[in-house]
Design a protein around this ligand. Structure first.
Ligand SMILES: C[S@@+](CC[C@H](N)C(=O)[O-])C[C@H]1O[C@@H](n2cnc3c(N)ncnc32)[C@H](O)[C@@H]1O
Length: 187
């Protein structure tokens, strides 16, 4: 009986300690990201993007909020071009970092807030961000990007920008639009 009770106490202690650590991690991640969610670009959409856009012609590709790094690895594996990703979610950052190391890619990921980054050197920007930040992003891209820079926004359009084209995966489930813009001919 005493052994059963001791075992139960130890199991309960381990459970509540794990729950406490887990809550701390979630709190820290939420605090750091300001609630920005990590939702990966669905594979069919990524495949459609790789098919439609020739990323080998870009020299400086940035992924604003790179999540688990799937866009980064798709571009480098398909076209050999490297990508710089920015990510503020520490868990997503580590996943991308590991993906780059394990696959031996030349791309890089920065644990950084892209709002604080100068994007003027980029000739291609990829993002899958939610509408609440896209107005501000449109302004930042308007101010910083050179004419001719391509901007690709998954799922949601950039307010005030006129797209060059809209891609679709033609998938029964994942058929959300991917907006392609060219700075300079976007207004
Ligand atoms: C919808 S997910 C898209 C992830 C990835 N780009 C993809 O397509 O699979 C948006 C990501 O942007 C990151 N993010 C949001 N705001 C950010 C910021 N200011 N700086 C860096 N990363 C940010 C979030 O943490 C999240 O991982």
């Amino acid at each position: 009986m005493e052994l059963v009770l001791k075992t139960l106490i130890i199991v309960a202690l381990i459970f509540f300690s794990a729950l406490f650590v887990f809550s701390l991690v979630i709190f820290a991640v939420h605090h750091r990201t300001g609630g920005a969610l990590f939702v990966p670009t669905p594979r069919p959409m990524l495949a459609a993007l790789m098919k439609a856009v020739d990323f080998s012609r870009f020299r400086d590709i940035r992924d604003l909020g790179c999540g688990d790094g799937r866009f980064i690895s798709a571009v480098e594996k398909t076209y050999g071009s490297t990508v710089t990703g920015y990510e503020i979610n520490p868990i997503a950052f580590v996943v991308t970092w590991l993906r780059i190391r394990v696959l031996g890619l030349g791309s890089s990921v920065r644990y950084a807030d892209f709002w604080n980054r100068d994007l003027s050197g980029a000739d291609c920007i990829y993002c899958y961000l939610f509408p609440d930040v896209l107005e501000r992003l449109s302004e930042k891209l308007d101010q910083e990007l050179r004419d001719g820079t391509r901007v690709i926004s998954a799922n949601f359009p950039l307010p005030g920008w006129r797209e060059e084209g809209i891609l679709r995966a033609q998938d029964t489930i994942f058929d959300d639009p991917i907006y392609v813009y060219c700075k300079g001919s976007h207004t």
